[in-house]
Write a new protein. Sequence first.
Length: 275
Amino acid sequence: MKRLFISLFFVIYFPAAMSDVTEVTILIDENYPPYSYAVNEEARGLYIDILREAFKELPDYRVILKPLPWQRIKRYMQKGEAFAMFPPFYHGHDWPYLYPYSIAIFQEKVMLICPDKPSYSNREKWPNDFQKLSIGNASGYDGYGGFEFHRLVNLKKIDYVEAKGSSELLEMLIRKRLDCILMESELFDMLIHEASENTELRLLFKPNHFVKTVLTGVDNAYIGYSAKAIELNKYPFGDDFRRKMDNAIYRLLKSELYYDIIEKYKLARYAEMNK
């Protein structure tokens, strides 16, 4: 009789409990290491570690992080075919399909990386002092550099080149196909370390050969939500999720755990690269 009671308890109680948990999918950039990338279709990266810690504060939701190519993610958001994407910068001025945004999860410092030569290091004012140079950027990060930089590009006063990804961009700089590149500070540190371990590339440059010449801008990383999906009311749980997610992010940002996650990730990343 006791066993029968326990069996009935599991049959009746647990399906009801499970039905109270809402499944939410957030599309994430599959090629933005070290922040957001995919390994065997599984989401990895510093931002992913931060998000997963915040998700622990959302018992009503089971959040799935689905890695996809960045441009495909943008198309899904435009059509209202997905709920949220991560990690866009703020694009309220030029991506009308993406709104609202979460609380900022991380602040990225976008640097201009150039060879350590006086012809570059003596330039100080961004972007006016860097005219007549070829400057590269990774595809999908067209907000890097700021409005004045892109104005000069449109006027053909700066030669602007896009690479498919950040690793390819750095390799173009190492192989002297570009004068300088735009890259997030932490990302550059990790990729130049990887390049120094590459048998072929390390022969092409010396330690400290490249420097962070100027800070070109600061961008925050957010969860962005599809305005079209909200308009179509495709995700009725949206308001509740956004509020609870923001509260979870805020509490994490105010805790020591947030900074512990960042430091642990850096140590693990460097250990992985040095294997």
